[in-house]
Structure formats: structure tokens, C-alpha cells
Design a protein. Structure first.
Length: 132
């Protein structure tokens, strides 16, 4: 299967693990792997690890991810979810000045409804979706 590591950063460790498992993985990161030609393709899976909190236009980014995802394809997002009982002012994650948007499980459920994805939360801070 061919996938995209979206926002892979300078050391795309997850892409390497997926390649060792037999997948072909393309890389995109606006700073470290800025080859925008990979955004003209579609993919059987997309990973977005510790990236979504940097989206200045989350609606636009998730629309792009939906366009890049083939029907039946998987989207995996890992980010620190905002918990309702967590004091936002003292939350360590919001103190990173590059983190400009934060998500709750309900946010991802709304995204899934918007794009017609089937979603699940298999682990803490992990959102998986399948494009119908």
C-alpha cells in the first residue's frame, strides 16, 4: 500500500517503520520535505503524527487530507487531546508556541461526520478514520 506521512518533520521515523513493513511512503512537511507534488496524488493511508496541532487552517488541512485519501483509505492522527477536566492554563501542551489549535475527541467525531469517515479511537490521543 502507498501512504503519505503528512507533516513528517526532520526525521520521518514512522515512515521508515512503515517502509520496513513493506509499504511505500511519501513524505510531506512544509519545512523539511516541501515537495508539493506529493499533494497531487491519492493514498491508501495518511499518517499525521504530532502535526495537527500546528494547523493554522484546520478546516482547510482536513479538507486536503480528505482529498488525498482514497476511498477505503485510512487516516491516522496522533495529537494530545484536550481533556474537559484539564486546566487549559496549566496544560503543558498549550505552552508550545507552535501549537495553535487543540482537539477533543468530539472535534474528531465532527470531522468524521463532515467528511463521511468512519472513526475510532484505539488508544489515548489517537484518531483513526476510514474514508467510505
Amino acid at each position: 500500500m502507498e501512504g503519505l506521512d503528512y507533516g513528517c518533520g526532520p526525521g520521518p521515523a514512522l515512515a521508515r517503520i512503515l517502509e520496513e513493513a513493506g509499504h511505500r511512503v511519501r513524505l510531506y512537511d512544509p519545512f523539511f520535505y516541501p515537495d508539493r507534488s506529493v499533494l497531487d496524488l491519492t493514498y491508501g493511508f495518511i499518517t499525521c503524527t504530532e502535526t495537527a496541532e500546528h494547523f493554522h487552517d484546520p478546516a482547510g488541512e482536513f479538507t486536503r487530507l480528505d482529498r488525498l485519501l482514497e476511498p477505503g483509505g485510512w487516516l491516522g492522527v496522533m495529537t494530545c487531546f484536550r481533556q474537559p477536566d484539564r486546566d487549559f492554563a496549566s496544560w503543558h501542551y498549550r505552552r508550545d508556541p507552535t501549537h495553535v489549535v487543540f482537539y477533543r475527541e468530539a472535534t474528531f467525531r465532527r470531522l468524521a461526520d463532515r467528511f463521511g469517515w468512519q472513526c475510532e479511537f484505539p488508544a489515548r490521543d489517537v484518531f483513526l478514520a476510514v474514508k467510505k
